[in-house]
Design a protein around this ligand. Structure first.
Ligand code: NBG
Length: 846
């Protein structure tokens, strides 16, 4: 069969032996091809050139890098296509229970490398392209990553769908196709400036729009009651609506022939909406309406862990959740499906509170549209949802004012009220008229304004509620939702987060992967606990030498990237000390800065000789929410300290501070494998889990960290000798708050701290201008909500221990190897197994 035949000819379902399933001719499954293109270098070249010539419309000799990248992406996706359609077909046939992962964010990272890895085509493609005179790495670098998430929460969703595909578990990821993802960060005079992230501008070869499968999503209007066969029913008369157009993305499993789907929704105006206005003759108004509708999926809110209660955000949430639930019912289930059995077919996993409006939406669909009795509908709904909480910060728990919710989604508010009434009746039945308890547990808060507590709604509706690390889950039960834990014994569980080893070890760190494979053989990438078998190699001189060579190689690779993008570099012989994560006060980038300033002070004051300091390069990577003033001041200070330190001959060759702008998944894949030291220094009890911490440990960095989030589990696994623990424990933090925390007392009593803060206040890093960092300094001295000053001395002492350990090269390498060997637990495959066994009950389907 020729190349052309293979990829272009639709095959009828009957010819493909699918007589058992009756599909409409228009059904997407009816077009499933049965073969993939040939997996040979020549076959690849033919396919690639065909895409370049006939898809992209250019000859090789005239093609740009972008042409080549797009043609390559389309060629690679052809290889996945048969598997994708096969997966969909089998899913439709078996009707096995699957996961519908509802997440407002997916921080995917680049797709090409992952698709090549999943198909096992990297070598063939590299060779084929080389024969055409093209360098694969250059084309990979051309890809703009889809930054459809802020940080850990969105990246976790991406890791989870990767694991589910790799484990052959049916899953559809549902989310929003933001036209602009997380902003592109630049610095001007050291200050963050946000630029729009126009990730779609050069083409988007990984997506498949399906306008024919659009859903209508309604908003506003009013509700009314009517009688039908003697029952009073409600209906919603919406005020306006938009269309949700699905864009499908392939989520390939790792070399297992499975491809799941990520379905992201894009908003456009409905025809009816336009027409009404067009007919009134107001063309400009009609165009405005279009823009209004399209605004819904225009931009990702750049807030991480601190949502603002903006109307457009609620619109986004309802938009994607409503479209997804309808999509599942209309397109994934067979036409005659009895929704009583919905819990046997799907579990909607709520990734934080953003999709919680899906609970009243499913109730509305069942009761108002499908004529279910309320109680029956509630029984179904409770079995169909589960909720993951990702935070402990009170300001991060979403609430929506009743006023706004009632205006935008009047029927949903009625439904929430009824859910709440019935829930509180149950509470009264159990605990009597304990009004304080009722007020505490009500889904509706009365102060400071009447509002809906989305986490409570999710807890009442969810079959399970999970936290994301042991400590977080425990605090969630004991501190955030203790009444609910008492009321629903067994509902709260822990599932510690994980990360995909495909992207964060195999793709990000090929040199380490090769070393591991040389030692263990293949198979560890889908069975990460096997890294344990590396333990004996921590004593093997040859292995240790090779391990060090891998780190050195990764540092040089990072250095080349930094030279290219920013004109900065990492010195080979420096300890590479890295803090990359969103900028947030609770994560305490300022504490890291105080350490740097202290080292700088030690040298410039003559307290220590430069030669006696372990040379370090510090790397920060962090975006601040554009409206978060203090976070932006901290960014400014990091850059200010960097400019002074990097230009001072007194510390040359000993200290260097780098802050590459626009930290994203692509940069993470270069920074993490090069790091020696991973900074995980949040105030104990504030970081729900962290996932960066896991990526560093798996790539052989040692952690300096507090007793917080998943750091605790990392330390338990790697052992105290291979982890630098410091700082207050969570109960000590609580006790200090209770006693009355006075940050200035730490400043007064610790000379090093005093000097460091004075240097900032005096203008050492702002050209002598004392005013520049006033706000930041007084915040530290008189508020310091996250107790950086209280932990300063312990942190500095722990860093001095780091220096000592680093000087003993043999000990350091041993610890680094043990970090890799003992952290296989943090594979997202393990997290997924926990969700499957304890929450979803969705076994692998084939
Ligand atoms: C974040 C937490 C992290 C955690 C990720 C993934 C939010 C609301 N939460 O600690 O801050 O690792 O979620 O669970 O973004």
């Amino acid at each position: 069969m020729s190349v052309n035949d293979q990829s272009a000819t639709p095959v009828s379902p009957n010819a493909a032996g699918e007589a058992a399933v009756k599909l409409k001719a228009s059904h997407p499954l009816a077009l499933a091809p049965v073969t993939s293109p040939a997996s040979s270098v020549d076959g690849f070249i033919r396919e690639f050139l065909r895409e370049l010539n006939f898809g992209q419309g250019v000859a090789l000799s005239f093609s740009s890098i972008n042409d080549q990248y797009l043609a390559l992406a389309r060629t690679v996706r052809h290889y996945l296509m048969a598997r994708w359609l096969g997966t969909l077909r089998r899913q439709f046939e078996t009707q096995a229970k699957g996961v519908a992962y509802l997440s407002a964010e997916y921080l995917l990272g680049r797709q090409l490398g992952n698709a090549l890895l999943a198909t096992g085509l990297t070598d063939i493609v590299e060779e084929g392209l080389a024969k055409c005179g093209i360098d694969l790495a250059t084309l990979r670098a051309q890809e703009v990553e889809p930054g459809l998430g802020n940080g850990g929460l969105g990246r976790l969703a991406a890791c989870f769908i990767d694991s589910l595909a790799t484990m052959s578990v049916p899953c559809v990821g549902y989310g929003i196709r933001y036209e602009y993802g997380i902003f592109r960060q630049t610095f001007e005079d050291g200050r963050q400036v946000e630029q729009p992230d126009n990730w779609l501008a050069l083409g988007s070869p990984w997506e498949f729009p399906h306008p024919e499968a659009a859903q209508i999503v309604n908003f506003a209007g009013h509700t009314e009651t009517y009688e039908e066969d003697g029952t009073v029913r409600s209906r919603w008369i919406p005020g306006w609506s938009v269309q949700a157009i699905p864009y499908n993305y392939m989520v390939p499993g790792y070399q297992n022939g499975r491809v799941n789907t990520l379905r992201l929704w894009s908003a456009v105006a409905t025809n009816a909406f336009d027409l009404r206005i067009f007919n009134s003759g107001d063309y400009a108004e009609a165009v405005r309406a279009q823009t209004f509708a399209e605004n819904i999926s225009k931009v990702l809110y750049p807030e991480d862990s601190t949502p603002q209660g903006k109307e457009l955000r609620l619109q986004q949430q309802y938009f994607f959740v409503s479209a997804s639930i309808h999509d599942f019912i209309d397109n994934v289930l067979p036409a005659d499906f009895d929704l009583t059995h919905l819990p046997d077919r799907v579990i909607f996993q709520l990734n934080d509170t953003h999709p919680v409006i899906g609970v009243p939406e499913l109730m509305r669909v069942l009761v108002d549209e499908k004529d279910f009795d309320w109680d029956d509908a509630w029984e179904i709904t409770k079995k169909c949802f589960a909720y993951t909480c990702h935070t402990l910060l009170p300001e991060a728990l979403e609430v929506w004012s009743v006023d706004l919710l009632g205006r935008l989604l009047p029927r949903h508010l009625e439904i929430i009220y009824r859910i709440n009434d019935e829930f509180l009746d149950e509470v009264r039945e159990r605990f009597g008229d304990d009004e304080l308890r009722i007020r505490r547990m009500s889904i509706i808060a009365e102060h400071p304004e009447r509002s809906v507590r989305m986490a409570y709604l999710a807890t009442v509706a969810g079959s399970k509620v999970n936290g994301v690390a042991e400590l977080h889950s425990q605090l969630l039960r004991d501190k955030v939702l203790p009444d609910f834990d008492e009321f629903y014994p067994g509902k709260f569980i822990n599932v510690t987060n994980g990360v995909t080893p495909r992207r964060f070890i195999r793709l990000a760190n090929p040199a380490l992967s090769e070393l591991i494979t040389d030692a263990l053989g293949v198979g560890w990438l889908t069975d990460l606990e096997r890294l344990r078998e590396l333990e004996p190699y921590a004593e093997d001189e040859e292995f240790k030498e090779r391990f060090r060579a891998v780190k050195a190689h990764n540092k040089r690779r990072l250095s080349r990237v930094l030279v290219d993008r920013d004109g900065t570099s990492v010195d080979d012989d420096h300890l590479l000390d890295v803090m990359v994560k969103r900028l947030h006060e609770y994560k305490r980038q300022t504490l890291k800065l105080l350490h740097i300033v202290t080292l700088y002070d030690r040298i410039t004051s003559g307290e220590v000789k430069p030669a006696d300091i372990v040379p370090r390069t510090f790397i920060f990577g962090a975006k601040a929410a554009p409206g978060y003033r203090m976070a932006k001041e901290i960014i400014h200070l990091i850059n200010a300290v960097g400019s002074v330190v990097n230009a001072d001959p007194a510390v040359e060759g000993r200290l260097k501070v780098l802050f590459p702008p626009n930290y994203n998944v692509t940069l993470a894949e270069k920074v993490i494998p090069a790091a020696d030291l991973s900074e995980q220094i949040s105030l104990a009890g504030k970081e729900a889990s962290g996932t960066g911490n896991m990526k560093f440990a798996l790539n052989g960095a040692l952690t300096i960290g507090t007793d917080d989030g998943a750091n605790i589990e990392i330390r338990e696994l790697v052992g105290d000798d291979n982890f630098f623990l410091f700082g207050l424990l969570e109960p000590e933090v609580e006790a200090l708050y209770a006693k009355g925390y006075v940050p200035s007392s730490f400043y007064e009593s610790d000379e090093g701290l005093h000097r460091a803060i004075d240097m900032i206040a005096r203008g050492t890093f702002s050209g002598g201008d004392r005013g520049v960092f006033d706000g930041l300094v007084s915040n530290l001295l008189y508020d310091d909500r996250f107790m950086a000053l209280a932990d300063y001395r312990a942190y500095i002492d722990a860093q001095d221990e780091v220096d000592k350990a680093y000087l003993d090269e043999d000990r350091w390498t041993r610890s680094a190897i043990l970090n890799v060997a003992r952290t296989g637990f943090f594979s997202s495959d393990r997290s997924m197994r926990n969700y499957i066994d304890r929450i979803w009950h969705t076994p692998p389907s084939f």
